[in-house]
Design a binder for this molecule. Structure first.
Ligand code: GDP
Ligand code: IMO
Ligand code: MG
Length: 440
């Protein structure tokens, strides 16, 4: 049974949660490997909606164990809230069902304050990133500068108190002097809160790397669930308008502690058009009628912040980049149903910069802002496709659209999705059918 990595190959919100939920019926383990509660993954099963922020999307499958690998940043309050909310909805989240790596950095209240105050200050000069304000960037910064608090610190509370006193003093100074903020944190209050939270979180501690080594040797089906999207990757994304973690498939190995040769399959999740939340380059953005129509019909409003998502057409250059940096084996095309009723559909084929062709996103945001996109236009369809259960049942223009996406990205389409429900998913690839149906 394979190790499968699932990643978003645009700017996030591609429908990763829905696809992971669908494919994990037979999975032994589902592992989140980066990001934190900046993610919002919406899953709908038999009309019942679950919005997950931190716990892997495999949690809705009762026989599947979920893991949070060391590259995930955890806000303990949000984690505890999510566990409680799932349990209120009849989904038990015992330590048998969820394991957490001790290496996970913890999001502290001052990280959230710093994230929000920085954005406020930057907004005065028009340079904000449009972060989710959940403290993600400041937490990863502290992890890298070795000033972080990790889940494993919750085991040694006596040492944590001293550590917090030094850190919080520095953060208060930074908030006041550098950010001109009135926010002030108390090490004692944070310590008190963590002491309570530790009682709930510590029982979930697990050695993820060892669990995965065992799973590999016993040929289990393990799915690694990415958050955000490849074009928000800290290294390869549209820097500085990115998130603060590596969102690409290779990071699954780094985060969870296994070698790259163990990955058997990389599945890219991709909308039939494009969206982006927050600031930053978006070459195929449509700020006119079509963009508005995509947002309305596609209900493109952020799960986490409720912000309207920016919308536009499929960008083949950006998706080709994402395919390259992830080593994508096949793509799942989501939200194909949203395109029903558009007379003409567009695919961004390549860019022009000052009249010269460009086949990658430039590193400079100002150059990205100057890109002109060369579009191909395809005839749309009017039929409702939300009840389609096979490729053959699609209107011929929808079939042509999918085939064209395959051609322009030079990547196989492993399946497509025609609605938010678990059941509105059509798998085409035999590889995906095999790993999602035959395990256990
Ligand atoms: P994620 O962050 O990648 O998991 O995606 P989100 O959950 O943030 O956003 C995707 C949204 O589209 C959710 O509201 C899903 O319920 C919805 N969705 C997923 N696939 C489809 C689809 O094929 N058709 C429609 N209409 N909605 C979909
Ligand atoms: P899922 O997993 C879409 C965006 C934010 C902002 C930038 C940096 O649901 O696809 P951060 O708070 O991470 O420092 O914000 O990244 N962003 C997302 N956009 N979907 C997400 O997650 C996102 N997570 C972060 O809007 O532009
Ligand atoms: Mg989302």
């Amino acid at each position: 049974m394979p190790f499968v990595v699932v990643v978003g190959i645009q700017w996030g919100d591609e429908g990763k949660g829905k696809v992971v939920d669908y494919l994990t019926e037979k999975a032994h383990l589902v592992v989140r490997f980066q990001g934190g509660n900046n993610a919002g993954h919406t899953i709908i099963v038999d009309g019942k909606k679950t919005a997950l922020r931190i716990i892997p999307s495999g949690i809705l499958r009762p026989d599947t164990r979920c893991l949070l690998a060391g590259g995930v940043v955890i806000d303990p309050s949000i984690l505890i809230e999510e566990i409680k909310s799932l349990e209120q909805n009849g989904i038990t989240v015992t330590p048998k069902r969820l394991g957490i790596a001790g290496e996970c950095p913890l999001i502290m209240p001052y990280h959230i304050g710093i994230d929000q105050e920085r954005e406020r200050k930057k907004s005065l000069t028009g340079t904000s990133i449009g972060t989710t304000g959940k403290g993600i960037g400041p937490t990863y910064e502290d992890a890298v500068s070795r000033n972080g608090i990790r889940v494993s610190d919750l085991v040694y509370l006596d040492k944590l108190k001293e550590k917090l006193e030094v850190i919080v003093e520095g953060k208060n100074l930074y908030l006041k002097k550098v950010l001109g903020s009135e926010l002030e944190y108390s090490a004692e209050e944070i310590f008190k809160l963590l002491t309570e939270q530790a009682k709930i979180i510590v029982p979930y501690l697990s050695n993820i790397s060892q669990e995965l080594a065992r799973a590999k040797s016993e040929q289990e089906f393990v799915m690694f669930e990415g958050a955000q999207g490849s074009l928000l990757d800290i290294h390869h994304g549209t820097y500085p308008y990115v998130t603060s973690s590596s969102t690409v498939s290779g990071f699954a190995c780094v985060s969870a502690g296994f070698g790259p040769k163990s990955i058997d399959y990389v599945l890219g999740i991709c909308k039939a058009y494009s969206t982006r939340v927050g600031e930053g380059p978006f070459p195929t953005e449509d700020t006119g009628y079509d963009g508005e129509k995509l947002r309305e019909i596609g209900r493109e409003f952020g799960t986490v912040t409720g912000r309207p998502r920016r919308c536009g057409w499929f960008d083949a250059v950006a998706v080709r980049k994402a395919i390259r940096i992830n080593g994508i084996d096949s793509m799942m095309i989501t939200k194909l149903d949203i395109l029903s009723g558009f007379k003409t559909l567009k695919i961004g084929l390549h860019y022009l910069l000052d009249g010269a062709p460009v086949d990658d996103l430039p590193l400079s945001p100002s150059e990205c802002g100057k890109l002109q996109v060369h579009y191909e236009e395809l005839e749309g369809w009017t039929e409702d496709i939300s009840k389609v259960t096979s490729f053959d049942e699609l209107p011929v223009n929808a079939q042509r659209f999918l085939i064209r996406l395959e051609e322009v990205t030079e990547t196989k389409i492993g399946g497509f999705s025609v609605g938010p429900e678990r059941s509105q998913t059509i798998v085409l690839s035999d590889d995906i059918k095999a790993f999602s149906k035959n395990a256990h």
